[in-house]
Write a protein that binds this ligand. Sequence first.
Ligand code: PA5
Length: 426
Amino acid sequence: MLKVKDEHVLANVDYASYQPKVSKINEMIEKNEGAGNDFTGWVKYPETFDKVEFENIKKYAKVVRDNYEVLVVCGIGGSYLGARAALEALQGLKRNDKLEIIFLGQTFSSDYIFDVLSYLENKNFAINVISKSGTTTETAIAFRLVKELLERKVGKVKAQKAIFATTDPKKGALRELSTNEGYVTFNLPGNIGGRYSVFTAVGLFPLACAGVNIDELMKGALDAEKACKNPLINKNPAYKYAVLRDYFYNHKKGVEMFVSYEPKLTQLGEWFKQLFGESEGKDGKGLLPDSATFSTDLHSLGQYVQDGTKQLFETILYVKHPNNRVVIPHDDANLDGLNYLENKDLEFVNEKAFLGTLEAHTKTGNVPNIIIEVEKMDEYNLGYLFYFFMKTCAMSAYLLKVNPFNQPGVEVYKKNMFHLLGKKGY
Ligand code: PA5
């Protein structure tokens, strides 16, 4: 559950004037008649998802947890960011579990890949390779390397049992390889694109392996699905947020800065940037999604937000209650002058930092702030949030009159790179 608060947006947004447009787009989404409608499988997915596969995900996650020390998750973009964001949001930055999760396949960096492969030399590891197309170069190179290491360490037969592939149900290079090698496979349904896939096995299998309660995640998603199909802007948090975004886009704000006060939500900012950036940034249009983690970045970007070019608005994801308490102790010498805070929770300090910054950025800096308020960060609330952002994104892109589900621009660098690499046909 969440609230979208507009008390600090420094504008009188005329929601009523947006209602006819929003109702029309909502109907278009419901009837699946919008641009890119062959990629809208995610809209009703929290109710329609394959329950048999869901149980299989849990079954094989237990196999991984019971038999391996490390799971290497190999994917990029939509086949990577959701699982990583969720893992950090739910289990923090210092996770200490019997199964370690390492992400690979999201870079060509020889130093990073070398480090991971060297680390894995002495580890008992499994692999979850995730690619809808099966031909994404970053993922394919990393998978080839890590698969070769695994086969060398344990032999081909044991390696085949330790490789789990998530890919298109019918087609693609990874599907073909998995069939040939007999890997356990999970589906990324044909009608769901990468950045909308976190509720499929793309996100769920690594998360279940990490011990995340995926039932609760899906419950949150289902409740968000119900709340976010209401056509009325004042009853639908996703549409209210989409209208605010559109309003700022049309009032000379070209940049949306997604802000949280939790370092464990930094990767959620990365997921956010991909979702909105790839969905809206086309045809010469779209807000630039940026992200920051406060108060850390108040000591870097904070200056720009306060005093720099007036081109941005902030969207604050504020989690009201942390999962853990830390109390500031008394110190006899008090040389740091902090005894006025003794016995206070860090939650109290973080909240005051948020409130002080809100006032500074809005009242002094004249930077509009949208606040998305969540009670706490757990599986249910995260599932709710993921779905809420995806529905916001679809509505926002349709308000902009762009297709939310394609990414034609991404192909340009690939073509140039393939040409320079000497790939046949480029
Ligand atoms: O959102 C998207 O569609 C992309 O980010 C893809 O997920 C990403 O390019 C990876 O593609 P694939 O799963 O085919 O390897």
